[in-house]
Design a binder for this molecule. Sequence first.
Ligand code: GLU
Length: 553
Amino acid sequence: MIDYKELAGLLFPDIDKTPDYYESLYPERNLKEGARVSRFSPSPTGYLHFGGLYAAYASMLNAKTTDGVFYLRIEDTDKKREVEGGVDAIVDGLNYFGLKVDEGVTGSGSEKGNYGPYTQSKRAEIYQTFAKSLVEQGLAYPCFCSAEELEKIREAQAEEDIKGYWGKYAKCRDLSLDEIKANIESGKPWTLRLRSTGNVQNRIKFDDIIRGKIEMAENVIDVVILKTDGIPTYHFAHAVDDHLMRTTHVVRGDEWIASVPLHLQLFRALGFKPVKYAHIAPIMKEDDGGKRKLSKRKDPEAAVSYYAEEGFPKESVCEYILTILNSNFEDWRRANKDAELSAFPFNLKKMSVSGALFDMMKLIDVSKNVISKMTADKVFDLSYEWAKQFDEKLAALYEKDNEYAKAVLNIDRGNKKPRKDIAKWSDIPDYISYMYDESFTPCFELTGNADAALAVDVLEKYRDIVDLSDDKDEWFEKIKSICAPCGCTPNVKEFKQNPDAFKGHVGDVSTVIRVALTGRPNTPDLYSITALLGRERVIERIDNALNFYREEA
Ligand code: GLU
């Protein structure tokens, strides 16, 4: 048997700390019974994916609903996949949606918390300390196989069930100390491999919080735990970090399920208590009658920056995420209409096993509802912030007169049944366009029973009596009062009973006025619109419409 201690010293001459040092540097957390520690640990590969936000949300709620800790760790061990600004894109994305981390990476190179560094590239010495200890115990060994040799193994295993560095293929597993020394002296690069204690006959069982009981073959592969540059693979970093950061629950994508036997083996080899796993299925999308994963390449809504650009308020996106995170959320929301999202009793167990479905129409509905409950001031403030970045024209309209803009946004707001016209801030320019001469586009198309002749009649009479100082009742009485002289009835029921006796009803009369003033057959409260437009514009728009209809009639 070779002297593992000597081997460890040979491989890691500069490592002078021991696992015990780090165990006491990062002690067990002093949290109340049942408090969970969860993390979001993305790789900084460019931008925050909607699926990432969804997973981060689940992880955060898992911690917050138990008064635990939620932290952000950056997994940047694969420098090839890293994109400049990738970390800040993640931090900004989480911040935008109000996902507050208790600890971890906070952007612009900073971190907070006592269990850091929270960036894997700053933890090389920690990983190497634990790797050295594995070598000392004979649980890890250096492998000098070149890429070509490994490729040959792959080819030789083409027909085999178990693929990888194991059994007779694990050539470096039993090198003598002299052979290892010679390799090192000749400058051969080496990776460090786990000496797997697994057996092909054995099965392991574990409980996944989302998927329930899972049984799988034990890991027999001697996987690489440190690469040639001394940087760990995901597997090794996961075990070391989640243990030292005292994570209790690992909430991550289900592409990692296949690696759980290896991860449990690593925890055991390292002497760590295993974490609990919750594997999340990817977000799906309906496409061509089938379902597929929400894709970075095909779906703009896969990037969370899309929501900011379109102007979906974070309140809406968070509310929507909860509807797809837990199937009982919507019932809860019906029973708790005005409650804060944080009051929802989120449960990892209620997450979908097959993958939540992303549905843009549903997001739009949820968002309309969320925005309909906001005050005009809030809608103004949030949409103004958005406009300054994404829609200069809207920002300029707002800046002409803030109070006018707020009054426009306040139409039909604050009552029992607020209208649900706005799903995202980019809907606002169209929604308010007729309230500004700059963007008003006249359109004289009529709906219902009205025609050009009736329109001329109605507008001539309305022009004579319109008075902007009328209150809402007086205003409506006046509209009713012109019905009979125009051959219409103020009573819709009466019209329905005897349609041939009238040219239309009060609804048609209102439509004529509405279309003249706004260019649209459907708008929020016409009385408020009229009042805000002011006498001058009202008369001007009526005159324009009259010119048009007179030619038509
Ligand atoms: N960095 C890994 C990934 O982005 C994280 C998986 C995990 O949460 O453990 O897939």
